[in-house]
Design a protein around this ligand. Structure first.
Ligand code: NVA
Length: 294
């Protein structure tokens, strides 16, 4: 049995296989129904969500399954009962568990005890489902991924930075992080510069994320000052390739990490990216279900 807890849980060949499956599912949304029955897939959110809950619920339904929303606060995971006990209980009701939570160690523990595949729907450390959607989107707009130059601007010391460092390398892309000192990804071995122009120079793809990740709200004011030079503006975009595309996992703060005219402009593919969450997550759920009894 396999889990999807971090981006490097998939080898390069497996990542390509899942992306190809996602593209096939996007073309024919109701042709793949591994959860027909319906089998239940549990979703738990310990942090805010819009895209993740909507895209998993819609995607699980398209896969023939039943999405069960478990209220993280009501269940009191880790307080009212241990992660291991919650895992053992939900593993007896559901065919897979999707969890958005804080420390990566919590989801590692869930996977150790659940007895069913566990999918990371964002932790403090990684956001691997978002990366599958991002790679699918880039593939659609640019063709092959290998060799593309990606610039990630802003707070790279968060889940999105870490996931880009791992998933970008697995896809054989050249990922350059433009971020202040002390905000480089903690995983992988990517190129890091504190010069935003050098990061974006000649890029095929420009990526950014909020400067204030969920849980960092108290640091908001200081972060806005620290990251100000890394805002993705049209002036900065002029240093990327003319046909560069712009990605943002959303929610976006126009005027902070990205200018409104860039987010809402012709180079932005963020709405495709948001839609592709569903197709990418359907693919990883189906891929894991096929390996559940191995
Ligand atoms: N880094 C952001 C991603 C939001 C999808 C956060 O953790 O809030």
């Amino acid at each position: 049995m396999r889990h999807f807890l971090r981006d490097d849980d998939l080898s390069p060949a497996e990542q390509s296989e899942v992306l190809a499956l996602a593209a096939a599912m996007k073309a024919k949304p109701f042709d793949h129904q591994p959860f027909a029955g319906p089998q239940t897939v549990a979703m738990i959110f310990d942090k805010p969500t819009l895209r993740t809950q909507a895209s998993f619920a819609a995607g699980i339904a398209e896969l023939g399954g039943h999405p069960l929303l478990v209220e993280g606060k009501l269940a009191g995971i880790g307080n009212r009962e241990s992660v291991a006990d919650v895992a053992r209980v939900l593993g007896r009701q559901a065919s897979a568990i999707v969890w958005r939570t804080y420390e990566q160690s919590r989801i590692d523990e869930m996977a150790a005890y659940a007895g069913v595949p566990v999918v990371n729907a964002l932790t403090d450390e990684f956001h691997p489902c978002q990366l599958l959607a991002d790679l699918l989107t880039i593939q659609e707009h640019k063709g092959a991924l290998a060799g593309l130059k990606v610039a990630f601007l802003g707070d790279a010391a968060c889940n999105m930075g870490n996931s880009w460092a791992l998933a970008g390398a697995i896809a054989a892309m050249e990922v350059r992080f433009g971020c202040p000192d002390g905000f480089a990804p903690a995983y992988g071995s990517s190129t890091v510069t504190d010069d935003p122009i050098a990061a974006v120079d000649g890029a095929d793809v420009v990526v950014t994320d909020t400067w204030v990740s969920m849980g960092k709200e108290e640091e908001a004011e200081a972060r806005r000052a620290t990251f100000a030079p890394y805002s993705v503006t049209s002036e900065l975009m002029a240093h990327a390739k003319p046909d560069a595309i712009v990605l943002h996992c959303l929610p976006a703060y126009r005027g902070s990490e990205i200018a409104a005219d860039v987010l809402d402009g012709p180079q932005s593919v963020v709405w495709d990216e948001a839609e592709n969450r569903r197709h990418a997550q359907k693919a990883i759920l189906a891929w894991l279900e096929a390996r559940r009894h191995e």
